[in-house]
Design a protein around this ligand. Structure first.
Ligand SMILES: Cc1cc2nc3c(=O)[nH]c(=O)nc-3n(C[C@H](O)[C@H](O)[C@H](O)COP(=O)(O)O)c2cc1C
Length: 204
């Protein structure tokens, strides 16, 4: 006998793109993707080259039920470039873990891989979950970049203080999966799914 799902599909109809970057906390993003998918959201994962060294793309493909984008140059199913198609009807872009590097690139208009190109092509709200060593977090160049993204409307969740993989205790630990999911769900529910509003459009 199979048991019935108890998790409410409260995110049905919403499309979320999760951009995974190269930090140890990438393993926690597996839980984020799984939970969003179980709540009914359509989840697509894109990974930086560094991210694939921490978690394999097949893990995210299995958890999301969709192919994972790791390169701008993989064969495409349609004639549209993937960075445009994947950002077309998007409700939210989550960057987790958001590395020092990717935050610096986005804040300075760099689009040189799949993840940074998707981010610059997206017009949807963005939630960032930074994770890094406390000295990287405190670096004034990084803080200026993060402030700049905040001014452009990017929302940041975490990091908290705690035990870090670099075997120190300090600020830079990525927010836990539950906290990230709650911020994402709250942000999504502020508007109906983009796909619903585009379905209602008529040609004129
Ligand atoms: C074991 C290990 C752990 C790392 N953890 C982090 C991290 O938590 N945060 C971070 O910003 N960079 C971290 N880095 C460095 C990034 O992987 C590196 O800057 C990389 O170029 C980031 O690429 P991306 O932003 O394209 O994913 C780590 C590197 C290694 C080898």
């Amino acid at each position: 006998m199979t048991s019935k799902a108890r998790i409410p599909a409260d995110l049905q109809g919403y499309e979320v793109l999760v951009a995974v970057c190269g930090g140890i906390a990438a393993y926690k993003v597996c839980e984020v993707v799984s939970s969003l998918a179980q709540r009914g959201a359509g989840v697509t994962v894109a990974m930086t080259e560094a991210a694939t060294r921490f978690v394999g793309a097949p893990t995210f493909a299995a958890l999301s039920g969709r192919p994972v984008l790791t390169s701008l140059w993989t064969e495409q199913a349609s004639a549209d470039p993937q960075h445009i198609r994947l950002t077309e009807s998007l409700d939210l872009l989550l960057i987790a873990p958001a590395t020092y590097n990717v935050i610096g690139k986005v804040a300075n208009g760099i689009a040189d891989d799949a993840v940074s190109t998707l981010i610059c092509a997206s017009a949807s709200p963005v939630v960032l979950a930074p994770a890094m060593n406390p000295r990287m977090w405190a670096n004034p160049i990084f803080q200026a970049n993060l402030k700049k993204l905040g001014e452009y409307g990017f929302e940041t969740v975490g990091p908290s203080e705690g035990w870090l993989a670099c075997r120190t205790i300090g600020r830079g630990r990525m927010a836990e999966a539950d906290e990230i999911n709650e911020v994402v769900a709250k942000r999504l529910k502020m508007s109906p799914p983009v796909s619903l509003s585009s379905d209602q459009k008529t040609d004129d």
